[in-house]
Design a protein around this ligand. Structure first.
Ligand code: SAM
Length: 184
């Protein structure tokens, strides 16, 4: 039995509401989905099981959480910062959820390029990331050096895209926001 990421705390509490928001922005049907930072595949399997996705490709830097089930979920163990995103096909929906703060912490310019390359592979993306309203997380220092608050950060890194605020939820004592991103 693999460890289960969504077992406790705010990650567990917000999983179902976040899934409902994702489904509300999709139509049931023959959709291909890319989930970057898919961890245990919970989101992709939920979309497959509920007929919102015909196929899911999930990418994660770790595979210790992921359990293969069936043939409609393709898992790729890779670092998205070095992975050849150009080799991927296009997707109907891209999920890029709670990964960007890790990438920014590593290399802000590269993180922006990863976001742009992913956006070029889909009609739309659902996106969220760590928030400056949270406390005691290692990546906060990098954020504070660059931006004064979440709005300042989003207005900067998400400025190339059309963005629609979808949902806010609590995470580690702060508030995270889910967006729908599309090319301008
Ligand atoms: C906080 S979890 C978010 C899981 C899920 N996407 C969600 O929003 O509930 C971040 C995930 O991104 C993965 N991750 C972090 N850096 C990554 C990278 N450079 N390439 C691929 N996956 C990465 C982590 O292994 C982890 O599974």
């Amino acid at each position: 039995m693999k460890p289960f990421y969504y077992k406790a705390g705010t990650s567990a509490k917000s999983l179902q509401p976040r899934l409902e928001v994702i489904k509300a922005n999709m139509v049931i049907g023959d959709n291909s989905v890319l989930d970057v930072g898919c961890i245990d595949g919970s989101m992709g399997y939920h979309l497959i099981d509920n007929e919102y996705a015909s196929h899911v490709t999930g990418i994660d830097i770790v595979d210790k959480f992921f359990d293969q089930r069936g043939t409609r979920f393709r898992f790729i163990k890779a670092d998205i910062m070095t992975f050849d995103i150009g080799a991927l096909p296009n997707f109907d929906m891209i999920l890029f959820l709670n990964v960007m703060h890790h990438l920014i912490d590593e290399n802000q310019n590269k993180a922006r390029r990863v976001l742009a390359e992913l956006m070029a592979h889909g009609k739309q993306m659902i996106f969220d990331m760590g928030s400056m309203t949270e406390s005691k997380t290692p990546w906060l220092n990098t954020m504070r050096k660059n931006w004064k608050d979440d709005n300042d950060m989003w207005n900067d890194i998400l400025s190339p895209y059309q963005r629609k605020k979808l949902f806010e939820y609590e995470q580690r004592g702060g508030t995270r926001t889910m967006f729908l991103l599309q090319e301008k």
